[in-house]
Design a protein around this ligand. Structure first.
Ligand SMILES: [Zn+2]
Ligand SMILES: [Zn+2]
Ligand SMILES: [Zn+2]
Length: 180
């Protein structure tokens, strides 16, 4: 393979970095990585974590994640911040303008993240893994996409082979729940 044919595309380059970022996550339930980029550069990164200074979720810092709350339940007592939201919030903390940026993320954003991404002025989302929503949530998700004009693109699957199960789609449920 010569240098030209082995050279990574920009999408591939950013998605692989997003997977690497996900490995820094400190939530026991979910591990996602997200980047905010402009045309040339990475301006912010985020992974699932509790607020800076709090006891990390893997050390028992989040009561909701410690409990057996199932997917989509109990988020009003979850202190973990999703990767996409962290990328936006850490940009805010550093005074980085998010308007017009592109987000790369390992997982299709949930509705909560999508609304924040839209409101932060991000114009495009490139994600790797799908995230299945129930019909009602999916319809709301799609309406928000259409009305905001945001572009969502799924990247051809690039998850690294050594990715722990926690990083996969339906990890946000207690393990005994998964066996059913
Ligand atoms: Zn957590
Ligand atoms: Zn939590
Ligand atoms: Zn989310």
């Amino acid at each position: 393979m010569n240098q030209r044919s082995s050279r990574r595309s920009l999408d591939d380059y950013y998605i692989r970095i997003a997977w690497d970022v996900s490995r820094r996550g400190n939530c026991r339930r979910r591990a996602v990585g997200a980047l905010l980029v402009n045309k040339w550069n990475i301006l912010s990164v985020g992974y699932n974590s509790v607020p800076i200074g709090s006891t990390s979720c893997i050390d028992g810092g989040c009561p909701r994640c410690l409990s057996n709350a199932t997917r989509h339940k109990g988020y009003d007592r979850c202190i973990c911040i999703h990767a996409e939201q962290n990328a936006i919030l850490l940009a805010a903390r550093q005074g980085t303008i998010t308007d017009g940026l592109t987000m790369y993320t390992t997982l299709r954003p949930c509705l909560d993240c999508l609304k924040m991404i839209v409101q932060a002025g991000i114009r495009e989302i490139v994600y790797d893994l799908p995230f299945l929503l129930d019909d009602e949530l999916e319809a709301t998700h799609r309406t928000l996409q259409t009305e905001s004009g945001i572009i969502l693109r799924q990247h051809p699957f690039t998850k690294p082979l050594d990715t722990p199960e926690l990083h996969l789609v339906d990890s946000d449920m207690p393990s005994d729940d998964k066996k059913k």
